[in-house]
Ligand binder design. Structure first.
Ligand code: GCB
Length: 606
């Protein structure tokens, strides 16, 4: 009997902690923001999570009073409680802890956060969700002393329903955030960026009706610019047989449908006279979906993206992707970027550089970036942190990668600017890795057949002739666009030999150079052959750009990278000092010489 009860508890636990369907377009729904100051406790030994036998408190039926998520207070003066959130300091959410608290600059471990709140216009007949834009890396979320769920993956959104635990007043939300790196995670132990920890994106409460619009996808049908494919999914006990309306007033579309027993409806609608979204015409249409007691409005652009032989076609026309790679950092403020203001700084610089395209490296960036890209007419490559060494044969690691990919596609599938899903970056070839990545690509295509699949692969010199560069990677057969990083002149190869190299590419696919670059300390001037000088970086760009332009099928480039970014790997003084210096802009916002070289190159491409 006891065994059955424990099994039941285990089962209920697993079910409630499984990822819950993501609320589509929470971005434009009205919610109650929980952003602001949160109390925090740094818990190096995870004392608030495990008892002294190292059993998680939240796995036991009666967690001891040292479980931080209970937010206990002493009942009387003799009572012993060895933590107190309300006496603990506060920090900003969203925000990484590294850039807010000097002592936490290098910290990798657990920090507990607590926010108390009342619900505005609380209505007991409604349903309530709490939504996190991202928490790096693992989040265990508790409301009023009970676990809502856990989420793994540092750069994608997640939400939990909390109707059953919420009250009108005096709620406390506690989040255990753990950013320890581990070999079986995605990313794994070694990367070239800062492992910013914390609740790094918005936290919002959504009030929803018993039946609400959970998800929808509204995009042009693959290879058909005269038809829109739509699906809508409702949530709630009465989701079946519901009336749903969809309107796009500017396209004179106003339709009504009825959901099936599962609350789902899929339809195709012919469209005429669409003003297609593009880099030169970032037209977004207002789309409204409504059911009896719920309504969402989104802004959606319609465009096709496809490849034909060695070309990338946007709305049927060949396009060259004038790009730049970007890390999600606001270096001038310090720390992870998260806000619309941060996005305006980064994409503003990209625009100034003459870009119509960006690579959001090396993980999903915050949603403001892609929303702003939609408005600005900037095409986007999005990726997940399947980076360098990953445990290819570990089924759980695969699942973590697939979950992050799914959550990214789920979030951005209605964004016209998003054109490429990238599966991986510079991963070493092997059969196991090929199986892993092919499975990921199949998943991406199943979730969304309207965008292109790629991955940042690697090239190397041919044995017989080191001036001939090749890409030997079976995953090239799987992708739609052949992309690779190349660092000739920086990580091998002499800078004055760049003009003599050429690429032999015998695959009939468009090519994107997903990275090239050189490190330079802004303000350090020397002759062109002196490493770390702005002149060296400038020369590398001057030599590399015309060489790349000769690659058959070259369809875009995203040099590495827009801005210097923090990386613990980069220790050389006085040049690096904890920064990867391959940015075209310094951490003080100053442009290096190569910025203007690339800008001039882009100006000369029509
Ligand atoms: C790469 C990686 C990127 C690094 C860069 C570098 O190939 O993809 O994450 O930051 O090289 O600077 O070495």
């Amino acid at each position: 009997m006891k065994f059955i009860i424990s099994l039941n508890i285990l089962f209920i636990t697993i079910c409630t902690w499984a990822n819950q369907p993501l609320l589509q377009n929470n971005y434009l729904r009205n919610g109650q923001s929980l952003n602001g100051r949160w109390h925090y406790i740094v818990d190096v030994y995870e004392t608030g999570y495990y008892n002294y036998r190292m059993e998680p408190h939240d796995g036991t039926e009666n967690p001891g009073s040292s479980a931080f998520f209970l937010n206990k207070k002493p009942k009387n003066k003799t009572d012993r409680i060895e933590y107190d959130f309300d006496a603990a300091p506060t920090m900003n959410v969203p925000g990484d802890w590294n850039s807010q608290k000097e002592k936490l600059f290098y910290y990798e471990g657990t920090v507990w956060y607590k926010k108390s709140f009342n619900v505005e216009n609380y209505d007991a007949s409604k349903r309530y969700y709490v939504h996190f834009g991202a928490v790096n890396y693992r989040a265990d979320v508790y409301l009023n002393g009970k676990k809502l769920g856990a989420h793994v993956g540092g750069f994608t959104p997640f939400n939990f329903e909390m109707t059953h635990l919420l009250q009108e007043k005096d709620n406390f939300l506690i989040v255990k955030v753990d950013n320890k790196r581990a070999a079986d995670e995605v990313p794994t132990l070694s990367t070239d960026w800062w492992n910013y920890g914390g609740i790094t994106r918005d936290v919002t409460i959504y009030e929803l009706d018993e039946t609400f619009i959970e998800d929808y996808k509204i995009q042009l049908t693959k290879n058909n610019n005269k038809e829109v494919s739509i699906y809508i999914q409702l949530n709630g006990e009465n989701k079946g047989n519901q009336n749903v309306s969809l309107s796009i007033p500017e396209l004179k579309i106003n339709k009504a449908f009825i959901t099936d027993d599962e609350g789902y409806v899929a339809i195709k609608i012919p469209v005429k006279r669409v003003s297609y979204w593009s880099d030169t015409n970032p037209k977004l249409y207002e789309v409204t979906i409504a059911i009896a007691k719920d309504k969402v409005t989104d802004k959606i652009g319609f465009r096709t993206i496809e490849t034909k032989g060695k070309e990338i076609l946007l709305n049927g026309k060949k396009i060259f992707l004038k790009g730049i790679s970007i890390h999600e950092e606001n270096v001038m403020r310090g720390g992870r970027a998260w806000s619309m203001e941060d996005a305006k700084v980064l994409l503003g610089w990209a625009k100034e550089l003459g870009c119509n395209y960006v690579r959001l490296a090396h993980y999903p960036h915050n949603e403001n970036m892609i929303r702003l890209a939609d408005q600005m007419g900037i095409l986007v490559w999005e990726e997940i942190p399947v980076y360098w060494t990953i445990q290819w044969t570990n089924a759980e690691t695969y699942q973590k990668a697939e979950t992050q990919l799914t959550e990214l596609i789920q979030r951005d599938k209605n964004r016209a600017s998003s054109i490429i899903w990238s599966m991986a970056n510079e991963t070493p070839t092997s059969q196991e890795r090929l199986t892993f990545l092919t499975k990921l690509a199949t998943k991406a295509r199943a979730l969304d057949d309207t965008r292109l699949i790629s991955a940042a692969l690697e090239d190397h010199g041919k044995k017989e002739d080191k001036n001939i560069m090749i890409v030997e990677d079976e995953f090239a057969e799987v992708v739609d666009v052949l992309s690779f990083n190349q660092y000739y002149g920086w990580y091998g190869g002499e800078i004055d030999n760049i003009k003599n190299i050429r690429w032999e590419i015998d695959i009939d696919k468009p090519v994107i150079i997903s990275e090239f670059g050189a490190g330079a300390l802004q303000g350090f001037h020397a002759d062109k052959m002196t490493r770390w000088s702005e002149e060296f970086q400038e020369l590398l760009y001057e030599e590399t750009l015309p060489t790349l332009a000769k690659i058959p099928g070259i369809s875009g480039i995203t040099p590495w990278t827009l801005v210097d970014f923090r990386s613990p790997r980069r220790t050389l003084l006085p040049y690096q000092d904890g920064w990867n210096r391959k940015g075209l802009i310094s951490e003080t916002g100053n442009k290096k010489k190569a910025f203007y070289t690339l800008k001039a190159f882009y100006e000369n491409i029509e």
